[in-house]
Structures are given as C-alpha cells and as structure tokens.
Ligand binder design. Structure first.
Ligand code: NAP
Length: 297
C-alpha cells in the first residue's frame, strides 16, 4: 500500500467519561488503519514491568481494566515480560472480555525458528488464556535470525487462525528493506519502536519509510520510560492550555498523525485515567510548535 491512506478513525469520539472518577465504557475510540484491511485501537497499554512487584498486583490489574473501559483497548505484551508473568496477568484481565481487546504479543529472536515460533506462540496463547492473537511481533531482529523463516512461520500461524496479523519490533530502515525483499514480507502490519518527545530518532528515516510503505508505527515508551519527560515545563504549559495533564499531551503528540499507535504503560489507575485523556486531546499548530522548540527533532 502506497501513500498515507490510513487515517484516524472516530477522531471526534465523545469521551465525557474521562472527566469523572469512574471508568465508563466508550463507544468509539480512535483507531489506526492497518495494511490489508482492518484497524487497531490508536491508544493501548504496555505491560513490560507489570506482574513484577512494582505495584501491588491488584492495583496493576485495576489499571489495565480501567484502561480497557476508557478505550485503551490494545494490550501489548511479550513472552519475555516477567518471564511470562505479564502475559498471565493480561490473561486474567481479558478473561470474559477478549473480544473488546486487540491483543499483541511478541516472540523473542531466540525462538525465531519455524518450530520455535510455533511453540512460543502456543505458550503465549496458553498464558493469555485465549486461542488467538490480533498481532504477533518479532521482538527484535537478533543475529542469526532468518527473516524468511520468520515470515513463513507467521504466515502459517495466520492461516491456522492463531494470529490475525504479524509484524516486527525494533526494525530500522535497513531491516525493513530486508523484510520487504522476502516473499510475503510486505504483509507486515506494524513496526513497534521507541518514539516519544525525548526520542525522535525515527523521524528522519524510519517514520517516513513506514508511512510510504503503509506500515503503522507502534510507539513504545511514549512517556519516556521513566525519564524526566513528564517534568518538562513546555509540556506542562501545553497541558494547562488544554486543561489536561502532561502525560496526555506526550501521548497525544505520538498519535498526532493518525498513523501511529501508542502504548504507554502504567500500573496505576490514576495514571491510566490521565493517559486516557489523550484520546480526546487534539494538539493545535501552536502546541506542536511549542513542543518542537522544547524537544529537538
Ligand atoms: N518492543 C520493545 O522492544 C519494547 C521496549 C520497551 C517498551 N515496550 C512496550 O511499551 C510499553 C511502554 O513503554 P515503557 O514502559 O518503556 O515506558 P512508558 O510507557 O513511556 O513509561 C512508563 C512509566 O511511566 C509511568 N507513568 C505512566 N503513566 C503516567 C502518568 N500519567 N504520570 C506519571 N507517570 C506515568 C509509569 O509508572 P506507573 O506504573 O507508576 O504509572 C512507568 O514508570 C511497555 O510496557 C512495553 O509493552 C516495548
């Protein structure tokens, strides 16, 4: 697919529930169109540090449930997060509401053989308590990984209905070009990479490459992964202008093109409510200019 044919769907969705203290179900949250049909929720929730004692498990589970109720219905996990414990926690959350969630998991390069991918996928599905993933990613390329074998294994899982789509993570332009040279490689549905106001490294090359080839970027660490991004005064000023909060502004900035999916992580329901406010936030040209001056591209 050539050109920026995807767009933010449901951009004008009503999010009145976000101003209250309770999590009320959303009818329509923004989505990003995927190559070869379908779409994914624009705003999701990460799980890298969950189920590892950073917060009480009950608080983290409440956070994930709150996010789903507020429209952050894409859940990103991986077999390596907490050695499977993050997937198990996600499994407890999606039980009884699997159809509301767009579920993403990742296979590690150490398992990236035809048999290894099949076994890793089966193990992830068991921990998640489901029979299918909406998106399955190769976590990073890793030395010695044969991309043709990975694409073949992903396509076999797709044909069997165990995964709906597949994609990659941490792929640079050269990696994407290698992938697109492989037979069937252009079926890649997303590239999950680090992208935030404090890490704009993909803007000169990977972001436009993915735009041109119709591959959505999934922005990880959109809040800076615990660095000082959220304490930046420019972010605070933009947040004040919108009667919002810095985290929502940082997330809305990653979503601004309508072609990027963003997956902030939080184990706190209070923080998740702040993050979900990004769904209703439209940054103006003035906001974007202020943020450009504060955070160098
Ligand atoms: N593919 C990859 O290689 C890769 C690499 C890294 C991450 N990821 C994915 O991306 C997800 C997010 O990335 P990340 O965890 O590195 O970074 P992040 O989402 O940028 O930041 C997470 C940190 O921000 C805090 N936070 C969240 N909301 C907040 C708020 N409203 N106010 C203040 N602090 C807030 C969280 O603490 P609290 O829990 O206390 O809120 C946590 O410390 C991961 O969970 C994972 O799913 C993928």
């Amino acid at each position: 697919m050539q050109g920026p044919t995807r767009r933010l769907i449901g951009a004008a969705c009503a999010l009145a529930a976000l101003s209250g203290t309770g999590a009320t179900a959303q009818t329509r949250a923004p989505a990003v169109e995927l190559p070869h049909g379908g779409n994914a929720p624009a705003l999701g929730q990460g799980s890298w540090h969950l189920a590892q004692g950073r917060h009480p498990a009950a608080a983290e589970e409440e956070a994930l449930r709150t996010g789903i109720a507020l429209g952050m219905t894409l859940i990103d996990t991986a077999e390596i997060y907490g050695q499977g414990r993050a997937e198990e926690m996600v499994g407890r959350i999606i039980a009884g509401q699997r159809d509301k969630v767009f579920l993403v998991s990742k296979v590690s390069p150490g398992h990236a053989t035809a048999t290894g991918i099949r076994q890793a996928c089966a193990a992830s599905l068991a921990r998640l308590g489901t029979d299918r993933l909406d998106l399955y990613l190769l976590h990073w390329r890793g030395g010695g990984v044969d991309i043709g074998v990975v694409v073949g294994a992903f396509e076999a899982l797709r044909a069997e209905g165990r995964i709906r789509r597949w994609g990659v993570s941490n792929f640079r332009v050269a990696d994407m070009e290698d992938l697109f040279r492989v037979r069937g490689g252009d079926a890649c549905a997303a590239n999950q990479v680090r992208y935030s106001l404090t890490d704009r490294g993909i803007e000169p090359d990977l972001l436009p490459w993915c735009e041109r080839h119709g591959v959505p970027i999934m922005a990880y660490s959109p809040l800076g992964s615990g660095n000082d991004l959220l304490r930046n005064p420019a972010l605070a000023r933009v947040a004040e202008r919108h009667v919002s909060n810095p985290a929502a502004v940082a997330i809305a900035w990653t979503l601004r093109s309508g072609h990027v999916i963003s997956i902030p992580e939080s184990g706190s329901a209070v923080h998740v409510r702040q993050n979900a406010a990004a769904l209703a936030l439209r940054l103006t040209a003035e906001d974007l200019g202020d943020l450009d001056r504060a955070f160098r591209a």
